[in-house]
Design a protein around this ligand. Structure first.
Ligand SMILES: Cc1cc2nc3c(=O)[nH]c(=O)nc-3n(C[C@H](O)[C@H](O)[C@H](O)COP(=O)(O)OP(=O)(O)OC[C@H]3O[C@@H](n4cnc5c(N)ncnc54)[C@H](O)[C@@H]3O)c2cc1C
Ligand SMILES: *[C@@H]1O[C@H](CO)[C@@H](O)[C@H](O)[C@H]1NC(C)=O
Ligand SMILES: *[C@@H]1O[C@H](CO)[C@@H](O)[C@H](O)[C@H]1NC(C)=O
Ligand SMILES: *[C@@H]1O[C@H](CO)[C@@H](O)[C@H](O)[C@H]1NC(C)=O
Ligand SMILES: *[C@@H]1O[C@H](CO)[C@@H](O)[C@H](O)[C@H]1NC(C)=O
Ligand SMILES: *[C@@H]1O[C@H](CO)[C@@H](O)[C@H](O)[C@H]1NC(C)=O
Ligand SMILES: *[C@@H]1O[C@H](CO)[C@@H](O)[C@H](O)[C@H]1NC(C)=O
Ligand SMILES: *[C@@H]1O[C@H](CO)[C@@H](O)[C@H](O)[C@H]1NC(C)=O
Ligand SMILES: *[C@@H]1O[C@H](CO)[C@@H](O)[C@H](O)[C@H]1NC(C)=O
Ligand SMILES: *[C@@H]1O[C@H](CO)[C@@H](O)[C@H](O)[C@H]1NC(C)=O
Ligand SMILES: *[C@@H]1O[C@H](CO)[C@@H](O)[C@H](O)[C@H]1NC(C)=O
Ligand SMILES: *[C@@H]1O[C@H](CO)[C@@H](O)[C@H](O)[C@H]1NC(C)=O
Ligand SMILES: *[C@@H]1O[C@H](CO)[C@@H](O)[C@H](O)[C@H]1NC(C)=O
Length: 583
């Protein structure tokens, strides 16, 4: 009786011995995973389902478990840039954006960037994911094969206000037993009815029940990474039950500098900076090192390890060990800009942001009951739309999208601005180009692995991209011309009507949507002239090193990117388990 109780209480200790603060506590591990974002968290969870396999996760940041700003979905815009949860990167001056230097946040700590993002859950179109199969030469990276993995990651949950969700999502395309919470909005907003009415007024903006079925075109209720009113980041893969596994350790506050070869071409050693004594140390994985440091961190670590463009590495003074010129190249990202209108209403978020009493009441409501507008992300609806098929832009440049059922642009319908204004109430529609042709690169310019990488997303470097964004802004203006908005719109604050004026407005105001991918892309097994990993996600030409994060996606879906990474990581875990005969 006594010993039984003792046993139970030991097991119940939260996170007992799982978070390591010092390398003195390290043991021997089969796999060492670098980074605890969507890629690293999901793959280390699934691998440790087999009790006979041991995994160490090395994460540069902390647990991120002490911040209400992370937990409250609506406060997402306060999390970056330049905060304790951010790597604080910026881009190089962007020549097509009047040489502006843009913030380029990347999340630090458990959950990685999914702990600081704005929670939108979108998979892209079937054509987007089928393009991965085409580029990698492996049909199991296509939509039909990936759909079960998207569903496996997901714990769809019903909104906190208990409203009837029929007609707001299609359950056939969702998973209910995974780790990351996904939900439709849990509180209504004053513009909801007008947005829905517009889909009835104007044929250009059809309603779509669910943007995650593979057919993503239309205006839909947003699906957000929320679990009963609380942000659900990749840290959800480290639930108390998972942390209780004796075969999973997570070394926090520890930055990886390089991967090293234990023998010729076997890169299964991780070099890291010991946060206690400030010395560089190493740990060897018995089976593999898995790089999950994200689309910026992963190529940066590879380059500092001598894996990349040999000419470039030599010019920096880094000894090239493996010549893979695609490392860091082909970085593809989304760009967008807001259109804003002054509106005839007091029921917008602006009114909350400049009334501390009201903001505090909403926070207390969230704390007490996990209800109210704080349970949702920045918008209740979004749209994925195409240019008309007779558009002169398509005639001039061809179709930049992955196919005829894939969006060119998206809208986020925000009931108010996300910044404090002295007066006024606003409607804000950030519009993004979601099928860009532009690309850039992540490179390094020093031999110190702790220096910031050089990030050039090459925004608008292909001329079709500004034309698409220009047409998107015109389309957003047509949206608010619908009868549903009569008497609501007071003033258009974009101040741009001609094509040239709108393009100037874009160059002066557009920002990254922070969706970089493809910097360590998959290419077919026997392709050596481009790509970084094979379709099994192993780094080409070496042993003991695999990549599981946004950098392996060979093309950018017309979507916010975390859903893609969860799907990639779930599939990666099955690939690895099959190879080693794991459970
Ligand atoms: C402001 C913002 C808003 C966004 N909004 C959305 C959204 O609404 N919906 C959406 O789906 N996506 C959104 N994204 C993008 C999305 O969050 C990313 O695509 C996703 O998190 C990528 O997952 P990842 O595992 O590849 O990398 P990350 O999430 O970046 O994780 C990488 C992890 O590796 C760690 N790491 C990096 N380098 C090292 C090192 N040297 N040593 C140790 N650890 C290291 C990092 O600290 C981090 O924890 C947004 C991104 C930003 C910045
Ligand atoms: C566990 O792993 C060890 C070493 O990798 C192996 O020898 C052993 O057979 C495995 N046991 C089971 C039950 O799979
Ligand atoms: C956060 O996690 C750490 C490590 O497990 C733990 O010591 C701490 O008490 C946790 N804090 C909160 C607020 O849960
Ligand atoms: C980013 O800046 C914030 C605020 O100055 C700081 O707290 C944080 O440690 C910085 N992040 C990194 C990785 O240095
Ligand atoms: C490698 O880098 C060099 C110098 O930076 C560049 O000229 C060359 O084109 C690159 N090689 C490949 C194959 O991309
Ligand atoms: C970029 O990706 C394309 C495929 O989308 C490929 O053909 C090209 O070679 C890649 N470029 C580099 C430098 O990797
Ligand atoms: C601020 O909010 C409080 C609480 O809802 C309300 O009583 C007050 O009237 C508001 N103040 C203004 C200036 O709107
Ligand atoms: C495209 O077709 C629509 C509807 O048929 C028409 O109104 C519009 O003028 C056409 N646009 C161009 C550029 O041809
Ligand atoms: C897209 O193209 C395919 C193949 O040509 C066709 O079958 C399909 O109907 C098209 N879809 C739309 C929406 O036009
Ligand atoms: C290297 O890149 C960083 C980040 O872009 C920049 O701040 C720094 O000035 C660059 N250094 C050199 C020597 O080019
Ligand atoms: C503002 O809305 C009210 C009704 O809510 C309406 O009576 C008034 O005409 C509107 N004002 C403008 C300028 O449209
Ligand atoms: C547009 O003009 C209005 C009124 O003059 C001004 O308040 C607003 O800041 C301008 N917007 C932009 C984006 O320049
Ligand atoms: C790659 O090439 C090897 C040797 O030429 C061949 O045996 C193998 O089947 C090829 N793999 C694929 C996926 O084409």
């Amino acid at each position: 009786m006594f010993s039984g109780l003792f046993f139970v209480s030991l097991l119940a200790l939260p996170g007992f011995g799982k978070f390591l603060q010092s390398s003195a506590d390290l043991q021997a591990y089969d796999f060492v995973v670098i980074g605890a974002g969507p890629g690293g968290a999901a793959v280390s969870n699934r691998l440790t389902e087999d009790p006979n396999v041991s995994v160490l996760v090395v994460e540069a940041g902390g647990t991120n478990n002490d911040s209400i700003t992370i937990d409250v979905p609506l406060l997402c815009t306060m999390l970056t840039p330049n905060t304790q949860w951010d790597w604080n990167y910026t881009t190089t001056p962007q020549p097509n954006l009047n040489d502006r230097v843009l913030p380029f946040p990347r999340g630090l700590g458990l959950g990685g960037t999914s702990a600081v993002n704005c929670l939108v859950y979108t998979r892209g179109s079937k054509q987007n994911i089928d393009r991965w199969a085409e580029l990698s030469g492996d049909s199991s990276w296509g939509w039909d094969a990936m759909l079960p993995y998207f569903k496996k990651s997901e714990k769809f949950n019903f909104p906190v206000d208990g409203h009837n969700v029929s007609g707001q999502f299609d359950p056939a395309f969702h998973g209910f037993d995974g780790f990351i919470g996904v939900s439709v909005p849990g509180a209504s907003r004053a513009i909801d009815d007008r947005v829905i009415q517009t889909t009835k007024d104007l044929a250009e903006f059809p309603f779509s029940i669910d943007m995650n079925t593979g057919d993503h075109l239309g205006v839909s209720w947003v699906q957000a990474l929320v679990d009963r009113g609380i942000r659900s980041s990749a840290a959800a893969y480290f639930s108390p039950e998972v942390l209780a596994r004796q075969n999973l350790d997570i070394l926090l506050n520890t930055r990886v500098s390089r991967v090293l070869a234990s023998s010729k071409n076997s890169f299964n050693v991780v070099q890291y900076l010991d946060s206690v004594d400030g010395k560089l140390k190493t740990i060897k994985a018995a089976k593999e090192v898995i790089l999950s440091a994200g689309a910026v961190g992963t190529p940066s670590i590879l380059l500092h390890s001598g894996i990349g463009n040999a000419t470039h590495l030599t010019s920096l003074g880094i000894k090239p060990l493996v010549n893979l010129p695609s490392v860091g190249q082909n970085l593809t990202d989304h760009i967008g800009v807001s259109s804003t209108w002054l509106v005839n209403s007091t029921l917008t978020y602006d009114a909350v942001l400049r009334n501390e009493t009201l903001a505090e009441e909403l926070l207390q409501q969230w704390k007490a009951t996990k209800t109210g507008i704080y349970v949702d992300t920045s918008e209740n609806h979004l749209a994925f739309l195409r240019l008309p098929e007779n558009s002169t832009v398509l005639k001039e440049f061809g179709d930049p999208a992955a196919g005829n059922e894939t969006a060119h642009f998206e809208f986020l319908f925000q009931n108010g601005l996300n910044s404090v204004t002295a007066s006024g109430n606003y409607l804000n529609i950030p519009s993004g180009n979601v099928s860009p042709k532009s690309s850039g690169a992540v490179t390094i310019n020093s031999t110190n692995p702790f220096d910031a990488p050089v990030i050039d997303p090459g925004l608008l470097s292909h001329p079709v991209d500004i034309a698409v964004l220009r047409e998107a802004i015109k389309s957003a203006h047509r949206f608010v011309k619908a009868a549903a908005w009569k008497g609501y719109i007071l003033q258009d604050l974009t101040n741009a009507t001609t094509d040239a004026e709108i393009e100037d407005f874009i160059r002066e105001n557009a920002v990254s949507f922070f969706h970089p991918v493809a910097t360590a892309a998959m290419s077919p097994f026997n392709t050596t002239d481009w790509g970084v990993v094979n379709p099994d996600l192993k780094v080409k030409s070496v042993k003991g090193l695999r990549i599981v994060d946004a950098s392996v996606a060979p093309s950018l879906p017309a979507a916010h990117t975390s859903a893609a990474v969860y799907g990639i990581a779930e599939r990666a875990a099955d690939i690895i388990k099959a190879e080693y005969g794991l459970l």
